[in-house]
Design a binder for this molecule. Structure first.
Ligand code: CA
Ligand code: CA
Length: 111
């Protein structure tokens, strides 16, 4: 295995160095139990703490976008992928699912 693997793959992401640092900080904040992975619950809680309330369903879907190894949680690398998805789709698609017709569930109180 090459030593440079980690840093070079991070550099291939859409984030520049400054954003990468911010993402690292955010990751550390969301990773409440500091095990190096962000679970669906951690993501959901973390986002709602930032004023972004999402349902468990949406948190699951978000995690699914970046979860390459399908273990149901996000490593930092996978988290970067999710952040890139979020950046491109804007906050509307998190709260409204507007960008995807398939997500157009009837609006109403979420129980
Ligand atoms: Ca964690
Ligand atoms: Ca994963």
């Amino acid at each position: 295995m090459e030593n440079s693997r980690n840093s070079s793959s991070l550099r291939e992401s859409y984030l520049d160095e400054k954003e990468l640092q911010k993402t690292q900080e955010l990751f550390a904040k969301l990773d409440v139990d500091k095990n190096g992975f962000i679970t669906i619950t951690e993501l959901q809680k973390g986002l709602s703490a930032k004023g972004l309330r999402i349902t468990t369903e949406k948190a699951k879907r978000l995690v699914g976008r970046g979860d390459d190894d399908l273990d149901g949680r996000l490593s930092f690398q996978e988290f970067v992928t999710v952040m890139n998805v979020l950046k491109r789709s804007t906050a509307t698609s998190i709260s409204g699912g507007k960008a995807q017709p398939r997500d157009s569930l009837p609006r109403g109180p979420i129980t």
